[in-house]
Design a protein around this ligand. Sequence first.
Ligand code: ADP
Ligand code: MG
Length: 262
Amino acid sequence: MLEIKNLKVIFNENTVNEKIALDSINLTINDGDFITVIGSNGAGKSTLLNSIAGSIEVYEGSIINNGKDITYMKEHRRARFIGRLFQDPLKGTAPHMTIEENLGLAYSRGKSIRFGFGVRKKDHKLFKQACEQLGLGLENRLKSEVGLLSGGQRQALTLLMATLKTPELLLLDEHTAALDPKTSRQILEITKNIVEKDKITTLMITHNIQNAMEYGNKTLVMAGGSIIKVLEGDERKGMTIQDIMKLYAATDEMLSDRSLLS
Ligand SMILES: Nc1ncnc2c1ncn2[C@@H]1O[C@H](COP(=O)(O)OP(=O)(O)O)[C@@H](O)[C@H]1O
Ligand SMILES: [Mg+2]
């Protein structure tokens, strides 16, 4: 379980560019939750994931993972139990290494790496099986350089790398946004299969409202640095894209009123 309490993030504090990117965020993520996150540009979605991953400094509040306060834990230490994917398929893989070498690196995360010994037979088998479940034929290309793969294949591989050792938390920041619609759908399905198979607690940002409602068990709607709505259960099931658009519009109005007042 991950608990976020009263989290606040301020960029460029005490300058003309000061920006409160997250304001008093309270959120409990239960084990096995698959939460989708939506909200217009600048709502604070990436900042929320970045603060959980430890890539930015928190101004106030706390982040508790399974009872342990990780608010100030270094990013590389959190990476041992948090898997991450970004929009850019080039992030997260080493282009001049082969598929199985990349998987080997991910698999040995947190351990000292034995370079020059190649991939062990036992691991080779494991990596092959892992690739097979993607259904993209990567299992026949284990010795191909990752730089030769398409964006979709590369995102699927990055997903495997992030989940080969089941993480306590998986953070996906618009990880299919750079792909064409068909490939995006394919990667989302692969994501769903992996997340459900290993019951991985997941936060997935998407700009696609339809996808946000279709995947996962809860949806956070963010605006102006706050979570303005948590959708779950029957309320979530009954929500249409139009309802969400109305929610956005109402919030935009509220936010602009607020900025007029301040
Ligand atoms: N490193 C940063 N420095 C300054 N401002 C930032 C930084 N990262 C994000 N912001 C600002 O914080 C707000 C939230 O950004 P972000 O979390 O990236 O939004 P989203 O992912 O919802 O589009 C935006 O106004 C953005 O410009
Ligand atoms: Mg973002």
